[in-house]
Write a protein that binds this ligand. Sequence first.
Ligand SMILES: NC(=O)c1ccc[n+]([C@@H]2O[C@H](COP(=O)([O-])OP(=O)(O)OC[C@H]3O[C@@H](n4cnc5c(N)ncnc54)[C@H](OP(=O)(O)O)[C@@H]3O)[C@@H](O)[C@H]2O)c1
Length: 272
Amino acid sequence: MSPTLPTLCGSMAAHPYRLAVELHNAAYRELGLDYTFVYFGITDPAAGIEAIRTLGIRGMNVSMPFKAAVIPYLDRLDPAARAIGAVNTIDHRDGVLTGYNTDYIGGVKALEEVTSLAGTRIALLGAGGAARAVSYGLAEKGGRVTVFNRSVERARQLADDFSLRLGGSLHDFPGCDGFDILVNCTAVGFRSADDSPVEQIALNRDTIVMDVVFLPSDTKLLRSAEAAGCRTVRGVKMLLYQACGQVELYTGCPPPVAIMEQVIEREVRNLQ
Ligand SMILES: NC(=O)c1ccc[n+]([C@@H]2O[C@H](COP(=O)([O-])OP(=O)(O)OC[C@H]3O[C@@H](n4cnc5c(N)ncnc54)[C@H](OP(=O)(O)O)[C@@H]3O)[C@@H](O)[C@H]2O)c1
């Protein structure tokens, strides 16, 4: 039995919640740390933040719908999280709660595994939370992002916030000619293997196609892109690298990427 209490980390609300529990605990085990990760299932963000302080919880993952709602209760905000307007990671250090966003790090790292981003022409579909995080990261890396979204007003707001180009609605998306990278940041395809945000588009085999949707891991958009000979980046990669950012913040250690990738692949396979 442990002579001291383990360091406690957890997630406020997440679906599917088992994934983060398995992933973080595997990472801590691999690092040889006496940490335990718990799913708290909190429905009130203010009470959740109070619990972090009261119980001395070291780190807390935040999922939708609380990524913006937790912000007013934190002591500090990382500049990227402030710009994106969303926190997915709360780091509790010396009594101070700091909000971070590791989604943008995950999206950028996943794409950087296959290409450098500076100067690339990127069509980004979506204007919700994931789109804000990913487009912020891509623009920071010098990507030239054009935004398309079902609601054009929301696309315009995102384009204005980060000085991106406005493409228009999803129907206005002209196909991949003129773009080096296509990124789906809409929720279309989530738990739905037969849906794609853009149907019957011309996929240029030189275009890299990324889908942030991770369930199923092989979305219809990615299957079409692979059939057209494109290089693809799966949402599970973004999920992996955003979680690596969390482990690094909570433990101060380099994340055990290989083990974490094995666990993510296994858990996503079990959920499909
Ligand atoms: N891989 C990862 O690490 C990771 C991280 C975060 C999120 N995600 C995934 O990213 C996806 C989006 O999450 P989010 O947090 O950005 O959600 P969100 O804030 O609710 O935004 C949803 C986006 O999807 C669009 N959309 C929804 N239904 C649509 C439909 N039927 N047709 C066309 N567009 C539609 C919305 O368009 P409107 O603006 O017009 O409503 C909006 O752009 C989810 O599948 C989530 O699981 C993945």
